[in-house]
Design a protein around this ligand. Structure first.
Ligand SMILES: [Zn+2]
Length: 107
């Protein structure tokens, strides 16, 4: 059996993503850029996927392009900066750096 690239659960014989994460991924595409982060998380919970799977899904980085969480946060931050009149694109890397710093400070 193969393992899901997002949550590590069994994904069946053919898929690289399990049924739950497929559902989450579809919802991410639907919601990204349209809602706040809180609404985004609510939307993911509404898929009916077990709650404990959602953080694992968000933190996974199967393609090495940054986790879903970092990608979505980067998009939301860029959007917010545009609204506030600050130019510049917030990169996934930058968000990760900020988050790592925050994590270090709260230790
Ligand atoms: Zn999965």
């Amino acid at each position: 059996m193969r393992k899901c690239v997002f949550c590590g659960a069994s994904s069946g014989f053919i898929g690289r993503i399990c049924a739950d994460c497929k559902k989450l991924l579809a919802r991410v595409q639907e919601l990204r850029g349209k809602v706040s982060y809180g609404q985004f998380l609510d939307g993911l919970e509404q898929t009916g996927v077990p709650r404990d799977k959602i953080p694992r899904f968000l933190a996974a980085d199967p393609d090495g392009k940054g986790s879903i969480q970092d990608q979505v946060t980067a998009e939301m931050t860029s959007e917010l900066m545009k609204v506030m009149g600050i130019s510049g694109q917030q990169s996934t890397k930058e968000v990760k750096r900020i988050r790592d710093n925050l994590a270090k400070e709260s230790e």
